[in-house]
Design a protein around this ligand. Structure first.
Ligand code: GLA
Length: 334
């Protein structure tokens, strides 16, 4: 039997670094995806060959420590197999149209596609997203959140997803027809391993420990924190949760200008209060914001390189990737 699993990447419209503390995010699955085709066998070996990698992932099952596996991309495969407790593998291929290392969740797309190809149940996206999150943490050592795998699993055509990351509840929000979402790559490959991601997460967690649930607070609540770095992180998180809520309701009302203004504000907060932008991303966001027909722009995802996302009138940006809100991951048996 062959299982063919297809899992999309994602772009986050607004709500970054909020998933460290159970906050709100508003991403969408995109029309670029990773495909894993696996001929299932009863053997205790899993071999996957990727179009984009020189060396195959060849794993003895069950997997012990995913972080010890080589080559590096195979750690993600190993993380999923370890979390699923896979004992019987097979042979297969991996191909993708998600740009790798661009901050569009190529790793989450790989994790989700591997999990489905190995027989994971797609009917429970929340549990499966948590499993993929654990798999990525074990594979990479990066304390990433639930946003990316859950978006890949729960995507809805034509919709962004308002996600409460404290419960993993997903509320689809339709995108108005008269706007495009465009991604512009800074050209800087973004790897979270070795980046300040974990340190920024720690700032966010420290802010939540001092103030409690941040999404219920007013921005002024951050003023009481002594440590200026944690105070700034708290300001970002309180504001970003509010912006996600406001952006979701503005989208529902078709007020795309308001959504764009919130995206601009989000970028400034990620740059000034959390310090996760780069000069290149700042320059791209400023340039996009000056173009006619662009409603708003911001860095998207973790930052430290990767992509900017813009909301614009169709045709306003001709040097980026127009991405369409897409359905979530699916698996078929051939
Ligand atoms: C990465 C992580 C997510 C989230 C974003 C920042 O994409 O995988 O869980 O923390 O960064 O919003």
């Amino acid at each position: 039997m062959i299982r063919r699993a297809v899992a999309p990447g994602r772009v986050n419209l607004i709500g970054d670094h909020t998933d460290h503390t159970g906050g709100l995010v508003l991403p969408m699955a995109i029309d670029r995806a990773t495909t894993v085709e696996l001929r299932v066998s009863g053997e205790p070996v899993l071999t996957l060959v990727s179009e984009d990698e020189d060396a195959a992932a060849a794993l003895d099952l069950p997997v012990g420590d995913p972080a010890a596996v080589r080559p590096a991309w195979a750690r993600y495969v190993a993380g999923v197999a370890a979390e699923l407790g896979t004992e019987q593998g097979g042979n297969g291929t991996v191909s993708t149209t998600v740009p790798i290392g661009a901050g569009l969740s190529s790793s989450a797309a790989l994790l989700v596609a591997v999990a489905l190809a190995l027989g994971a149940d797609p009917g429970d996206p929340r549990s499966l997203a948590r499993l993929c999150q654990r798999a990525e943490q074990r594979a990479s050592g990066v304390p990433c959140g639930i946003m990316d795998p859950l978006t890949s699993l729960a995507g809805r055509s034509g919709h962004a997803l308002l996600i409460d990351t404290s419960t993993a509840e997903v509320d689809p929000v339709e995108l108005p027809p008269d706007v495009d979402v465009v991604v512009v790559h800074s050209g800087a490959a973004r790897r979270l391993e070795g980046s300040p991601y974990a340190e920024r997460r720690a700032r966010c967690v420290a802010a939540a420990e001092l103030l409690g649930p941040l999404r219920e607070l007013d921005e002024g609540a951050a003023d009481g924190i002594d440590d200026p770095v944690v105070r700034a992180a708290a300001r970002h998180l309180i504001g970003e949760n509010r912006r996600v809520r406001e952006a979701a309701s503005a989208l529902r009302q078709g007020d795309v200008a308001a959504v764009g203004a919130l995206m601009d504000e989000s970028h400034a907060s990620l740059r000034d209060d959390l310090g996760v932008s780069t000069p290149l991303l700042d320059a791209i966001v400023t340039d996009l914001g000056n173009r006619p027909g662009v409603l708003g722009a911001r860095l998207t995802g973790a930052g430290f390189g990767g992509c900017a996302v813009a909301l614009c009138r169709p045709g306003a940006i001709d040097d980026g990737w127009v991405v369409r809100p897409s359905a979530g991951a699916a698996v078929t048996e051939l």
